[in-house]
Ligand binder design. Structure first.
Ligand code: 6MZ
Length: 350
């Protein structure tokens, strides 16, 4: 994985001993989106095969033109420059065109799992990978999840589980279908461990999701929601999401005092994605990041990557941002960083 930006700068300041300390640190990755975590080399391979097969078949039916696909992959290779968080979501059509058959999706999943879990000193000891089931011309939503699960289940159950994401843009029909499939697969003993709410933070009405969250919880799934990710998310929306009793919160960047009180009281673990927040410009500097408020309060947080491809980061590099001295990192002690690893393992879904 290519590392750039703030994470690379932080890593660059650490001694070999400090890097070994971070590598050896027991930790879990709890917030990684599958389609945002595919190595660029794999996407490039998939893109050449896709373009060759389209040229051979003379097919012109696709969700994206060849030119846009090539431009999209090139942008991901260079490291996209994001003016604001909404620019981020426009990166996905190119990736989605390449992961729209079960075979391609399995290859992508295998590469993501390997990035996080393989090797003598893997990136993490436990991975909760999340993905949004997509219906394409080659698979339905259940087949999508089965393709991903086939790869996930090649690893030990204590190493990796799958969180099914639902998107804020989904309507009742698709939402109901996704949650039903997630619950069914879990009841059949498949490795589905949770439900996530993600997608364009300004889309949809959160009350739409309430009955589906309840259904998922009843089926024993953990619940995590992207919450207050942008300044545009209202306090009212945030309080509603908190009232659905999620187990964990993604980002939780713009919580007001009332919301913070609930989060502290219920000890809801916050999935912190430092580089993602800096590059999407929802947080302006590391020193002003909300993680500091939760560290002070001894509140559970989990350090995560979000989308390692566009954010050009890794879990190791996110931990480097904790340990590196300011202005490159937060300058935490090794004991504090060790505790962050422990907290992430503690916040796993069962
Ligand atoms: C909200 C995000 C996200 O599900 O196709 N996604 N949603 N905020 C974020 N932080 C910046 N990062 C990723 O992975 C890609 C999808 O995950 C969601 C978006 O809906 C994106 O399309 P999957 O595997």
């Amino acid at each position: 994985m290519v590392i750039g930006g703030p994470a690379a700068a932080a890593l660059g300041t650490l001694s070999p001993e400090e890097i070994l300390f971070l590598r050896s640190l027991p930790k879990a990755e709890l917030h990684a989106h599958l389609n945002g975590s595919i190595p660029i080399s794999v996407l490039q391979e998939l893109a050449s095969e896709y373009l060759a097969s389209r040229a051979a078949s003379g097919s012109s039916s696709s969700s994206i033109s060849d030119e846009s696909l090539v431009a999209g992959i090139e942008k991901l290779k260079q490291g996209p420059v994001l003016e604001e968080i909404m620019d981020f979501f426009s990166l996905f059509p190119a990736i989605y065109a390449l992961t729209s058959t079960p075979e391609a999706l399995k290859r992508a999943t295998r590469a993501v799992l390997s990035t996080f879990l393989d090797g003598d000193l893997p990136e993490c000891n436990h991975l909760e990978l999340r993905t949004t089931p997509r219906q394409t011309t080659a698979m339905d939503r259940e087949q999508y999840l089965l393709a991903v699960l086939e790869e996930v289940e090649l690893y030990d159950p204590d190493k990796v589980g799958l969180i099914v994401s639902v998107d804020r843009r989904m309507g009742d029909d698709v939402l109901g279908e996704c949650v039903r499939i997630a619950c069914k697969l879990r009841s059949e003993g498949r490795r589905v461990i949770g439900l996530d709410l993600c997608g364009d933070p300004t889309a949809g009405q959160v009350e739409t999701f309430a009955p589906y969250f309840a259904e998922a919880k009843k089926a024993g799934l953990g619940l995590t929601v992207h919450i207050a990710e942008t300044i545009h998310n209202s306090s009212e929306e945030t309080m509603k999401l908190l009232s659905y009793n999620p187990d964990r919160l993604g980002h939780a960047t713009f919580l007001d005092e009332e919301a913070v009180e609930v989060v502290l009281d219920k000890r809801m673990c916050i999935e912190i994605c430092l580089t993602s927040n800096l590059l999407c410009k929802t947080v302006s500097t590391l020193e002003s990041h909300h993680i500091l408020q939760y560290l002070k309060a001894d509140h559970p947080v989990s350090i995560c990557t979000d989308d390692i491809l566009p954010f050009r980061t890794s879990l190791l590099a996110e931990y480097a941002l904790l340990l590196a001295k300011p202005p490159y990192g937060l300058g935490l002690s090794q004991d504090q960083v060790r505790k962050m690893g422990e907290m992430s393992l503690h916040a796993r879904f069962k």
